[in-house]
Design a binder for this molecule. Structure first.
Ligand SMILES: [Zn+2]
Ligand SMILES: [Zn+2]
Ligand SMILES: [Zn+2]
Length: 489
């Protein structure tokens, strides 16, 4: 089902150029460049006519061996998860201290927490349906840690929690109260956004710089922001938080393209020896825009409202009404974003992307040091454990089951998104002890020979044949892997 979009007519040619899938040659060039820029020689990406892109081993791997780390191109923490986890807005590492993580979470929960953060306690009724869609929006996201989706909107969960005495939360937050053994779990210190928004925080000045130069300069609501209209930006963020935070990720992808466009254009001018930028035209240079758009175009498939999985509570007879509804939502979001980061030259890229055609979003999961901390305390022996418990037990009771919530969001991983599915995969996405950030780590499940395709499973490969095929239908294909061929009735 393809919807006709009224804004398509505005920049029809540019939009169709942007939405045209990259040619096999462009794909090859892009990935060769990406792998060499990342100094990654363990794999290559090849395009084949039948299955599209695939990732192939460029060396032999042993069982359990590390294959690659995939740095996300754009990613965002779920709005609802921001209450539970305080992480770097660029690399998604937990920041501050264990005490700050706990104190901040309890503080925000007590506050009846941040209506501005979308699907929280007060507003659950009308927004939760959209929060949950994110995880099923495109299917491709679900092969990582699917079972860990428990944190979504979890701050609203209402199991009995025991409140801490007055002042404890405050002293946890301001560093006056130190928990036993928390030094074992040191985290990077908090670097606030240089734009002054008070929304984005980082693990280092370099992460702050990377994020600023990638997209945050346009999306920052602070005083030093380059946004065209701060008020419009605030409205856009509010709308996204109240409806679907995937719009925030789309905004990052668009801003990323706009910033890249201007950088590329400037560097082309320097190459051509035109240093005086005052006489340069401010017309859209489509070839530069396409180049700026290329990384994002690698993840394109269908329009978001056409491929998002139908929520379970929506009857299939209401499907078209549902799709119209979320399409309207995307338009609404687009109008707000356009006013906030309007850029005449890059207008065409604001239009198609707000249609959210990125399909290759994958769940982003980073384990919580708070969970590790309480497990550590639990593992202590007498008398240390008893001593520590006196302090930590009330805090654990106050947190309830929420103590273990991990950082969750959505991201576009350029390499992992090229990996094809198999029900008997030879690799999997796996977070090792040292992988405490938002990068995707791929490890070998068995020995892999040089030249062999690297496959991962998008679904639970232990499900019966029919159930696997049904789940994979969401991805638009019927699996013909050796296991499926063998089990086909
Ligand atoms: Zn960072
Ligand atoms: Zn900022
Ligand atoms: Zn299969």
């Amino acid at each position: 089902m393809e919807s006709i979009c009224p804004i398509d007519s505005l920049c029809a040619n540019e939009i169709s150029a942007l939405l045209t899938p990259p040619s096999p040659l462009q794909v090859q060039e892009y990935y060769d460049k990406l792998l060499s820029a990342r100094k990654c020689s363990s794999v290559i990406v090849k395009q084949d006519g039948k299955f599209g892109k695939g990732v192939y081993a460029a060396m032999d791997f042993k069982e359990g061996e590390f294959i690659l780390k995939d740095q996300m191109l754009v990613g965002a923490q779920h709005s609802s998860n921001k209450i539970d986890c305080f992480v770097c807005s660029s690399c998604f590492r937990f920041i501050g201290t264990v005490e700050l993580q706990i104190g901040r979470k309890l503080y925000l929960q007590e506050l009846g927490a941040s209506r501005s953060h979308g699907c929280d306690i007060g507003d659950l009724s009308n927004t939760s349906e959209y929060c949950h869609e994110i995880d099923s929006s495109d299917g491709e996201d679900s092969f990582m840690e699917r079972e860990e989706n428990t944190g979504e909107c979890a701050s609203g969960s209402s199991e009995a929690k025991v409140r801490l005495p007055e002042g404890v939360v405050e002293s946890l937050m301001n560093g006056h109260m130190m928990l036993p053994y928390s030094k074992e779990f040191s985290l990077p210190s908090v670097v606030p956004c240089p734009g002054g928004c008070g929304e984005a925080y980082y693990c280092s000045t370099s992460c702050a710089e990377v994020d600023w130069n990638s997209s945050h300069s346009l999306l920052c609501t602070g005083e030093k922001s380059d946004t065209a209209c701060r008020e419009a930006l605030l409205k856009f963020v509010k709308h996204a938080n109240e409806t679907n935070d995937i719009f925030l990720l789309a905004a990052k992808a668009i801003s990323f393209t706009i910033v890249r466009y201007h950088n590329l254009k400037a560097s082309h001018l320097v190459e051509q020896g035109k240093y005086d930028t005052s006489c340069v035209s401010n017309h859209c240079d489509l070839s530069v825009l396409l180049e700026a758009w290329r990384p994002i175009s690698m993840g394109h498939k269908r329009r978001w409202w056409d491929c998002i999985a139908l929520p379970v509570d929506i009857n299939s007879s209401d499907e078209s009404a549902f799709r119209m509804q979320i399409r309207d939502l995307a338009f609404e979001s687009l109008q707000l974003l356009k006013r906030a980061i309007f850029d005449k030259e890059c207008e065409p890229c604001i239009l198609p992307d707000a249609k959210l055609v990125i399909y290759a979003f994958i769940d982003l999961v980073v384990a919580s040091p708070v969970e590790d901390y309480f497990l550590y305390i639990d593992d202590l022996t007498y008398p240390e454990k008893e001593e520590a418990d006196k302090i930590t037990k009330p805090i654990l009771d106050a947190l309830g089951e929420d103590y273990s919530i991990c950082c969750q969001g959505t991201a576009f991983f350029p390499l992992q998104s090229c990996m094809n599915h198999s029900c008997c995969p030879n690799a999997k996405a796996f977070k090792r002890e040292e992988d405490r950030d938002g990068q995707a780590t791929i490890i070998a499940l068995r020995s892999i020979c040089k030249g062999e395709e690297i496959t991962i499973s998008y679904v639970d490969e232990d499900l019966p044949f029919e159930e696997r095929q049904a789940s994979l239908a969401d991805y638009g294909f019927r699996c013909r892997c050796p296991k499926c061929v063998e089990e086909e009735p």
